[in-house]
Design a protein around this ligand. Structure first.
Ligand code: ADP
Ligand code: ASP
Ligand code: MG
Length: 425
């Protein structure tokens, strides 16, 4: 008998009908002879709605209390799902993250999993139950407080449980048929990818393809857990994310030169204006940001003007951390010694990802040409071995993504990319 961990995202359990549909699917997996653990997200846009509610009460809610509030979302869906499964005549038990043994550090709102002790889940499935686990939540080892894993964190819960339970596969069910060469909400001609390596998926996820969370892919790579991303609305095969290419029939699926185009409009840009061009300045700016527990993405420093000896340093960070970053820098203004700060949240990032760019000269030039042909101005550039990213105006992002997707021959012949549900929020 195999053990399968399945994860159902918010759009798959958006209403009572969705919960009943998912319950049937879980029961089918059980009837196929598997032990089943199902990780579930909050219904529809519940998490966003709870955040909006908290902000109406307090603009900067305390992390501990926000976590307490947000975990309620997953508790609702796990209990309803267990009820729906019982209604179908099968035994199910729901568990919170803490009951499931998801142990984290104590950083509220973006805790990291440090251990998983799924004793109760193991016992439950061994007794013949389907175990339903609330995604996105855990309990801090030190403070014993309830934590959340950051937005989209149910993906990580699923992979972490799959690793701890030594599952055969981790299936991530969502509202599209798999991982596509671009977000199907933006590119109708996006193509479904049959297999993608952990490395390329990591870069896509880190660059904003929210179909899988970056941390979840990191975890899967570390423990070598194959992920199957597929739709909970169709019976189609989805995308396999694993270290080795899968076989289709007796043919090995080949590694694509370019895996896809990702975009992200969730970041903002901070420019520190008039920084003295001397050793230690960048260190003190980014020490200030790190001490505020803010993760940054790109960094660019201009050449200093000879007449003033001053330079500007720009960096990008999640919009949700913008206020905190500005406050921290302002507080340290005298210590760092800059003139002023500029904050711009109307930016977007477009990234091209593919292991093939390591060996194919000209990819960067073709990428910039596609953007220029689409009339898109580039503000920042960053590259890794298998990724090129640029920052542009947020309004330019959809057009730029489509232009780059076409320029690299990624368009499918048909409009095959179906979006079954969700609001894209
Ligand atoms: P869930 O609620 O199931 O966790 P998410 O909204 O987090 O779903 O992720 C699924 C969404 O990810 C899709 O609806 C799609 O708009 C978006 N997405 C972004 N990039 C991609 C991509 N490359 N392939 C597939 N989906 C993508
Ligand atoms: N409900 C949480 C969110 O919306 C976690 C998840 O869906 O993965 O971010
Ligand atoms: Mg998600």
């Amino acid at each position: 008998m195999g053990l399968v961990v399945q994860k159902y995202g918010g759009s798959s359990v958006a209403d009572a009908e969705g919960i009943k549909r998912v319950a049937k699917r879980i029961v089918e997996a059980k009837q196929n002879g598997n032990q089943v653990v199902a990780v579930v997200s909050a219904m529809g846009d519940t998490t966003d709605e709870l955040i909006d509610l908290a902000e109406q009460v307090s603009p900067m809610p305390a992390g501990r209390e926000l976590d307490m509030l947000l975990t309620a979302g997953e508790r609702i869906s796990m209990a309803l799902l267990a009820m729906a499964i019982k209604k179908l005549g099968h035994e199910a038990q729901s568990f919170t993250g803490s009951q499931a043994g998801v142990i984290t550090d104590s950083v509220h709102n973006k805790a990291r999993i440090i251990d998983v002790t799924p004793g109760r889940i193991k016992t439950s499935v061994d007794e013949g139950n389907i175990a339903i686990v609330a995604g996105f939540q855990g309990v801090s080892q030190d403070t014993k407080d309830i934590t959340t894993l950051g937005r989209g964190g149910s993906d990580t819960t699923a992979v972490a449980l799959a690793a701890a339970l030594d599952a055969d596969v981790c299936e991530i069910y969502t509202d599209v048929d798999g991982v596509f060469t671009a977000d199907p909400r933006v590119v109708k001609k996006a193509r479904k990818i049959d297999w993608i390596s952990f490395e390329d998926m990591l870069e896509l996820a880190a660059s904003g393809s929210k179909v899988l969370l970056h941390r979840c892919v990191e975890y899967a790579r570390r423990y070598n857990i194959p992920i199957h991303v597929r739709s909970s609305f169709s019976g189609l095969q989805g995308t396999w994310v694993s270290s080795e290419p899968i076989k289709q029939g007796d043919k090995q699926v080949e590694q694509a030169l370019i895996s896809g185009v990702a975009h992200d409009t969730s970041e903002a840009k901070v420019t520190v204006v008039g920084v003295p061009d001397k050793p230690g300045e960048a260190a003190s700016i980014f020490r200030t940001i790190a001490d505020a527990e803010i993760n940054i993405d790109m960094v660019v420093q201009n050449v200093s003007a000879a007449s003033t000896g001053l330079t500007d340093i720009s960096f990008t960070l999640p919009k949700t951390e913008g206020r905190k970053a500005i406050d921290a820098l302002e507080k340290n203004k005298a210590g760092i010694g800059f003139d002023s700060l500029r904050y711009d949240d109307q930016i977007g990032k477009i990234s091209l990802v593919g292991a093939g760019m390591k060996t194919n000269p000209g990819v960067t030039a073709d990428f910039f040409t596609a953007l220029s042909d689409a009339g898109v101005n580039i503000e920042l550039i960053s590259t890794s071995e298998i990724r090129i990213s640029v920052v542009t105006r947020a309004d330019d992002v959809p057009e730029a993504v489509r232009a780059v997707h076409s320029a690299f021959g990624l368009d499918s012949d048909s409009d095959e990319a179906v979006v079954y549900g969700g609001t894209g929020r």
